[in-house]
Design a protein around this ligand. Sequence first.
Ligand code: D61
Ligand code: MG
Length: 331
Amino acid sequence: MGSLRTLLRYPDDIYPLLKMKRAIEKAEKQIPPEPHWGFCYSMLHKVSRSFSLVIQQLRPELRNAVCVFYLVLRALDTVEDDTSIPTDEKLPILIAFHRHIYDTDWHYSCGTKEYKVLMDQFHHVSAAFLELDKGYQEAIEEITKRMGAGMAKFICQEVETVDDYDEYCHYVAGLVGLGLSKLFLASGSEVLLPDWEQISNSMGLFLQKTNIIRDYLEDINEIPKSRMFWPRKIWGKYADKLEDLKYEENSTKAVSCLNEMVTNALTHIEDCLKYMSALRDPSIFRFCAIPQIMAIGTLALCYNNVQLFRGVVKLRRGKKLYLYTPFHIII
Ligand code: D61
Ligand code: MG
């Protein structure tokens, strides 16, 4: 919980931090007692602090489904992201992942640190999945199938055009938006708008593009091989190689390119606002709106900011936590 020095420098952060601590304690009491659920929630917390916080404040039934959905896709993504797995071994795993989730005997060891624990103990996630209502299970299975196939396609293909960029982001994040809409529907809390697929997709694209922009340096410096998600059609206007943007002598071009990437991400905002305006359940609204607000804050920080090419650009923790304080208290 932040250092004492940071707290003293930003005393306004103390209230949201305490509020957060109380909310976490309350949420912990609602976790089902069996060990597989304990594993799922502790794993969720370890692999994603920010999504764990917003997921925890959903009502218990939907919360369990979203928690399992997150872990299944995180495991799939761990396979995608592990650059040490040879392609011919990786493709069949990605493509068949949606069937493995029904099998508590299946597991595939890969990834590092907490991701490795998730993969090694995946039987807990399967056990939790098998306890969900059929409606939730079918939505999770379908999205896992489509995401695995999409990831497999992009293992063998680079992100060249802006259409490729949108397509890749659709597989890894837009589909999460579609799946979540289906889970909300299955929970009986929300209805779907006629263009729900398009606007759910935009919710994911906006978050994913923000990550891709923010993580430029981390992805380009990836060992053994750099990973590139910025579309060549955009960066090609400013440099011969994407990595050239990180060198000081190319700062002006780099910032222009960055600004074009940010502007591209902002094209999804209108759909996102439409999606969020239609939500009825306050806890679902908060679950959706908090990551979006953080993404907007991150993009604001990135825009015109050459630091992105030098190191990490991140929102301050206390500043983020304001968002988790119930709205009637901040507004
Ligand atoms: C409302 C609320 C949350 C939403 C949403 C609508 C629509 C879409 C999303 C969340 C997904 C946003 C993804 C943005 C972050 N990107 C990643 O985590 C990348 O991995 C993508 C593949 C796995 C997706 C897993 C996921 C993420 C968020 C969820 C979820 C599932 C299920 C429920 C709720 C939120 C990124 O990962 C980097 C990393 O390892 O940290 C990558 O590999 O590109
Ligand atoms: Mg990935």
